[in-house]
Design a protein around this ligand. Structure first.
Ligand code: M6R
Length: 608
């Protein structure tokens, strides 16, 4: 997800663009750029890295004259985070500069066609086809060229465009990626979200899909795909302080879903050095695992499901049996725990009453406790023998999202760390695994970007009587969390079943049009899940499958699809859960639920 911003007015554009990009930086920050137009000359400045580098490069914008411009802050999807791949992109004739947020799905075919026509590409991005199409279709009218270009594009895009033939104009186009116009006095703006506008104006126009806008310093005109003008009514931003903290998102939950790449990165980055997992905070170092004959993971709710997902990696890489036990059950179960048991306690808040009680019970029986916790200084963090923080940052929405993904991430890292300590993983293998772990933030971002269809899928499924989630192995673990997300915020009846268990009872519930969300992200058991999909389909189920983009077998049987990027299945839970979080969010939104504060729930359950 990227951030785009545009300005036309009487002030210097560059400082305003840079300020807007800073507000949008949470959307992506691997590279950034601005294009500013001074009379008929477009000058482009780009950097790899943060907006602060772009500010330095342009002396806070002072070195770039001009009162019209566009800017972009990027989180790479197509092409590495390099200066070449950073936006804005220029047409070969230098006439057009564009910024883009979204994914052009048919860019490969378009690129081939444009290369055949002699256009020269400077980047590996999907975006660059757009600027060459604009050049190709331009016959003296930017609006017509934009419409013809948009007609060729498949996918999602919020576009910002400037053309050297029209100094003083900026153009914006929206299709499945957010874009908001800001109305000022002698100046107008566009941006990916209102946080970038609110310092300048509170009067905004929300562009709809398929709408184009032409902005000059004294007018905004919106038109449709046929070129017909549309009269839009401006809205006024009335923000309370709490809303401002949402960073422009309608809900904390959505903000926190979108923060997951950054949260997982913050959790991983300090703990991988030169191909090795390091936990400086474990005072006994790798000796934590020595002599351990059993690992128990205990937690509540989503933290318990994080344990279910992490168990597979832990067992595979340490060959130590792992039991995942609900804290509320463990505390009264007279558990078989002794000094050779390592108890991993997972909690976002660190204040969950059942979790604390289970932890104390285990300590009394002689086990060592290792806490995976988010809130610094919380009870769980304080009473554990060892504490590993998930660096998710504050999580406000009751439904946890980045809390869960960072917990699973820590379990992945502990698995590798312990496996190496036990001599079960060699140096090369550890290097390979840490490389994969370091890719996770980018892959999570792709899980967001690959699924622009989720809001329309939510419209289809939001009034279902029940939703069933099925999967095997790690997919089953993720299905449990996916179903919980759906239940707690949308109030729909949602249940997760191990796919292989269907014919032992659950399949009796399948009838005509029953939605079944099938997770098929584990190649080693894909065929098995496929058979389960066929079984429910032949009983009338409507199947929404979550799988890899190129998984032809699943694509051909499912009714609807959610995608994850290609990823090693041992570590895939953190990418798989993201589309399910977004689905739950949009279903809840369709149902008019109070998403951040679902009924009957509280963020931190401090009573038994
Ligand atoms: O703060 P904790 O991680 O200990 O909380 C545990 C559960 O209460 C929590 O995960 C709960 O299930 C969430 N509302 C789920 O979204």
């Amino acid at each position: 997800m990227c951030g785009i911003v545009g300005y036309t007015g009487t002030q210097d554009a560059a400082p305003i663009l840079l300020d807007g990009l800073k507000k949008l930086e949470y959307r992506g920050y691997d590279s950034a750029g601005i294009a500013v137009m001074d009379h008929n000359i477009i000058s482009v400045n780009k950097v790899k890295g943060r907006i602060v580098s772009l500010s330095e490069k342009t002396s806070d914008g002072a070195s770039v004259p001009g009162t019209t411009g566009i800017g972009h802050t990027r989180w790479a999807t197509h092409g590495a985070p390099t200066e070449e791949n950073a936006h804005p992109h220029l047409s070969n004739d230098g006439r057009f500069a564009i910024v883009h947020n979204g994914i052009i799905e048919n860019y490969m075919a378009l690129r081939e066609e444009l290369l055949g026509d002699g256009y020269v590409f400077q980047s590996e991005t999907d975006t660059e086809v757009i600027v060459h199409l604009l050049e190709m279709y331009y016959r003296g009218n930017v609006r017509d060229a934009l419409i013809r270009t948009a007609n060729r594009l498949q996918g999602s895009y919020a576009l910002g465009v400037i053309c050297s033939e029209e100094p003083g104009s900026i153009y914006a186009v929206r299709e499945k990626s957010p874009l908001i116009l800001g109305l000022g006095i002698d100046e107008n703006f566009f941006a990916s979200d209102v946080t970038a506008l609110v310092n300048h104006t509170r009067n905004v126009i929300y562009l709809e899909d398929g709408e184009f806008a032409e902005l000059t310093c004294d007018a905004i005109r919106v038109f449709d795909v046929t070129g017909r003008e549309i009269i839009k009514t401006p809205s006024r931003i009335l923000w309370d302080v709490q809303a401002a903290e949402k960073g422009g998102y309608e809900h904390f939950m959505l903000k926190e879903i979108m923060e997951q790449p950054a949260a997982v990165k913050a959790t991983i980055a300090p703990r991988i050095r030169e191909g090795e997992v390091v936990f400086d905070e474990l005072k006994d170092g790798p000796a934590v695992i020595s002599g351990v004959r059993k690992i128990i993971i205990t937690a509540c709710g989503s933290a318990y499901y994080a344990g279910c997902a992490g168990k597979y990696a832990l067992e595979k890489l340490t060959r130590i049996p792992v039991e995942v036990v609900l804290a509320s059950e463990l505390r009264y179960s007279d558990p078989l725990i002794d000094k050779d048991t390592l108890v991993i306690v997972i909690s976002q808040s660190g204040e969950t009453a059942d979790t604390i009680a289970a932890m104390r019970e285990c300590s009394e029986r002689g086990a060592r406790t290792l806490a995976v916790v988010n809130v610094v200084g919380s009870t769980v963090a304080n009473i554990a023998d060892y504490t590993v923080y998930t660096w998710a940052g504050p999580e406000i929405a009751v439904a946890t999202t980045k809390g869960y993904t960072t917990q699973v991430t820590v379990l992945y890292m502990l698995s590798v760390y312990f496996g190496r300590a036990l001599g079960l993983i060699g140096e090369d293998q550890e290097k390979e695994m840490t490389d994969t772990l370091q890719q996770l933030p980018r892959l999570i971002q792709q899980s967001i970007d690959l699924n622009p269809a989720i809001p329309s899928l939510a419209k289809k499924y939001h009034d279902s009587k029940a939703l069933f989630f099925i999967g095997r192995n790690t997919d089953y673990a993720v299905a449990l969390e996916g179903a919980l997300k759906m239940k707690e915020i949308s109030y729909l009846h949602a249940e997760a079943y191990a796919a292989g268990e269907l014919k032992h009872g659950t399949i009796a519930l399948i009838e005509e049009h029953q939605p079944v969300i099938a997770l098929c992200c584990n190649p080693s058991i894909m065929e098995k899940t496929l058979s389960n999909i066929v079984e429910v389909k032949s009983r009338g189920a409507e199947v929404l499958a979550l799988t890899f983009r190129n998984n032809q077998k699943i694509l051909s049987v499912a009714d609807d699809l959610l995608f994850i990027p290609d990823v090693e299945s041992l570590f895939s839970a953190v990418t798989e859960i993201v589309p399910l979080q977004l689905l739950a969010y949009h279903v809840a939104k369709e149902n008019g639920c109070d998403i951040d504060k679902p009924k009957n729930l509280a963020k931190s359950v401090t009573v038994e």
